[in-house]
Design a protein around this ligand. Structure first.
Ligand code: SF4
Length: 340
């Protein structure tokens, strides 16, 4: 599944970078509608549209930009810093964490000043050396969704291969992995594939590749010697969930080469939502069947002070037992980082 933008906005100064010019030429050849906006001007791609239409239109709009904030945000607990190569994602996952973080017009924004971004990463690494500094590439995006346009994940992989005190990790549902397979990585980049049951993908993850395609991509990446992982998220306790999630884990056997298993990781995250997310999701996906009945959940105050509605303890406990048992049985050498 490829992302083909319906329109492309270029920040004027992005055209002074080789990647900006390359993308301009590429989309001109394709006949894609393009607009060049002066530096600092807002993007007005979705004016006059309803919240639902504006959301969908933004997801089909590529913005080619220069990243200005080069002091990166922290990314606890999984990494020290975010690595902002891209922000936004063309996927239409109803539960997506970007629903709340990217505002009403979540354009797919790629940054063309990759060298400057990696130089900034280098400064962060040097500040913490000899400690290892870990960067998360998917904190505000799925960067593989636009990798065929940017090649920025491949450049980041090569950069971290040359930095003994740096590590890179990213999570993805997208499958355009060919561009990273031959890059020297020295096992300093971990690629985690976000997976779910066929039912959850069909119902809640529109605009993203099917499970089989994700597993095929995982096989290729593991075959290229990268450390890989599976991120099972969000786990949704729909009727019959236990059998389908068990099958999901069993179906992974054989999806990564044996040599990947000793370094294979699993992360499992149960579905949760905030009131703000629920209200945005209902506005943007009016027919959503995502279970968000607050009466069936437990309110928990999160790290940043807002209340999340999580499954009751008994449900989470049964998810923990199911995944721990099934992963241990199928992948005895793998690391289960967390089941929450
Ligand atoms: S693929 Fe990931 S980042 Fe993209 S919409 Fe889905 S959950 Fe969000």
């Amino acid at each position: 599944m490829r992302f083909v933008p319906h329109q492309v906005y270029f920040q004027e100064d992005a055209l002074s970078y080789p990647l900006g010019r390359e993308l301009f030429a590429r989309f001109s050849r394709q006949g894609t509608g393009m607009v060049v906006v002066p530096k600092g001007s807002p993007i007005r791609a979705c004016e006059g549209l309803s919240p639902e239409q504006a959301y969908l239109s933004a997801k089909r709009t590529l913005v080619v930009a220069v990243r200005r904030a080069l002091r990166f945000q922290t990314c606890k607990p999984s990494a020290h810093y975010q690595l902002p190569l891209v922000s936004g994602c063309p996927g239409l996952c109803e539960y997506c964490y970007l629903q709340t973080t990217l505002g009403p017009r979540p354009y797919v924004r790629v940054y063309v000043n990759t060298d400057e971004i990696l130089e900034a990463a280098d400064r962060h690494i040097r500040e913490r050396a000899p400690e290892t500094t870990v960067f998360e590439g998917a904190a505000t995006s799925d960067p593989m969704s636009v990798e065929e346009y940017t090649g920025s994940v491949a450049r980041a992989v090569a950069f971290f291969a040359s930095r003994p005190h740096g590590r890179f990790r990213l999570a993805t549902k997208y499958c355009a992995v060919e561009g990273i397979l031959d890059v020297v990585h020295r096992r300093r980049t971990r690629v985690r594939f976000s997976i779910n049951t066929d039912r959850a993908i069909a119902q809640f993850e529109r605009g993203t590749p099917a499970l089989e395609e994700r597993l095929a991509a995982a096989r290729k990446v593991a075959g290229a010697g990268y450390p890989v992982g599976f991120l099972v998220a969000p786990v949704i306790a729909y009727p019959g969930w236990q059998g389908e999630y068990r099958s999901l884990v069993r179906g992974l056997v054989g999806s990564v080469q044996e040599r990947a298993e000793p370094d294979l990781t699993f992360e499992v995250i149960s579905h949760r939502f905030t009131r703000r997310a629920k209200s945005l999701i209902c506005g943007r996906h009016p027919d959503s069947a995502l279970p968000m009945n607050e009466g069936e959940r437990c309110p928990v105050r999160g790290r940043f002070g807002y209340v999340k509605f999580v499954y009751p303890k008994a449900v989470i406990d049964s998810m923990k037992s199911l995944f721990e048992e099934e992963i241990r049985r199928c992948f005895p050498a793998a690391a289960i980082e967390y089941v929450i």
